[in-house]
Design a protein around this ligand. Sequence first.
Ligand SMILES: NC(=O)c1ccc[n+]([C@@H]2O[C@H](COP(=O)([O-])OP(=O)(O)OC[C@H]3O[C@@H](n4cnc5c(N)ncnc54)[C@H](OP(=O)(O)O)[C@@H]3O)[C@@H](O)[C@H]2O)c1
Length: 358
Amino acid sequence: MAAAIRLARWHQGRTGSNPSVATLIVREIDGGPVIIGRGVTAIGGRPHAETQALAEAGEGARGATAFVTLEPCAHHGRTPPCAEALVTAGVARVVAACTDPDDRVSGRGYAILRAAGIEVCEGVLAEAAASDLAGYLARRTKNRPHVILKMAVSADGMIGAEGAGQVPITADIARRQVHSLRSVSDVIMIGSGTALADDPELTCRLPGLEGRSPIRLVLDRTLRLPVASKLARSARSVPLWLATSAQQDDPARAALASLGAEFLAAECHDGRLALPELMEDIAARGASTVLVEGGAVLATSLLDEDLVDRLILFTGAVTVGERGVDAPFALARLPDGFVPVRTMQYGPDRMDEFERQR
Ligand SMILES: NC(=O)c1ccc[n+]([C@@H]2O[C@H](COP(=O)([O-])OP(=O)(O)OC[C@H]3O[C@@H](n4cnc5c(N)ncnc54)[C@H](OP(=O)(O)O)[C@@H]3O)[C@@H](O)[C@H]2O)c1
């Protein structure tokens, strides 16, 4: 199952609104287990992992064991359900990690298999698989994407400096880690404060992964984003969404639209865009993971609304000093309700990852 979970990561962030799952078909050959078929959800979401793995295994699938990272689907969509494909192929045993919370599948995939006399073993490495499937599971169970809040804090507790644009807080290795995170996210979200202060590009610029940049989303109530900004100028090559309450006839809207920006109509509460509703709209557009790279104002709003599932905190070795912008949280003062899951050292910088306590 650990191997299947690793295989599923190959297409993470590239399977549209479907989750990236994997299947391995294994049988005993000469007294030891041998993988005779493997499949991962194809780029774009189809075909599913099971059918690809079964095709590779061919007749060898008869009597074999299938390892699946998510319960096989049970509903007739554009293709017959994967649970039926496993039955037809004659596998003897299915070992599964996560149960699919989709109403059309939940428990039904297993029921189809058991009704056909297949031995089913559920919940193997379920937590590890669920961590990679967090976006899909959040969309199905909470009707919103999985939200990762990333923040870089200097040694003196700052996230930037007033009027200084982008202030480097971490070094190269940590920055590349952030680009790697971007490559598996569907959406990067910032507030207009960061868009104006930093003029960021928010693309994935790792060699070979340039094509994996997610949609960039700016919360821009009154459409303050300049047409000359890097985000606006690159909107034709990397999608740019602007969440706004600006009217249809706002001139800024026409100018940004002509550069390729798309708009998400958002409601306003107390002078801020309504985040829970916005998250629902993002999920409805098929996006499962949101990486937040905004400043203190957006981070605080998301935490206050209980919309953060994971915190990624980089602590840099540099100090910002005078005119520094205070971090909303730091290692010594974390928001309530988060538990540590991982600490890494990237050159001079430290990275701590925390998960919302369930
Ligand atoms: N170290 C880091 O990790 C890091 C990351 C990003 C930024 N920064 C620094 O942070 C500073 C910018 O900070 P910031 O706090 O102004 O940026 P921000 O949090 O990204 O943007 C805040 C703005 O977003 C808009 N917004 C719309 N709806 C919102 C909502 N529901 N909740 C919160 N904001 C909403 C508001 O402007 P409108 O009213 O115009 O919509 C608000 O003023 C810069 O100095 C930048 O360098 C540091």
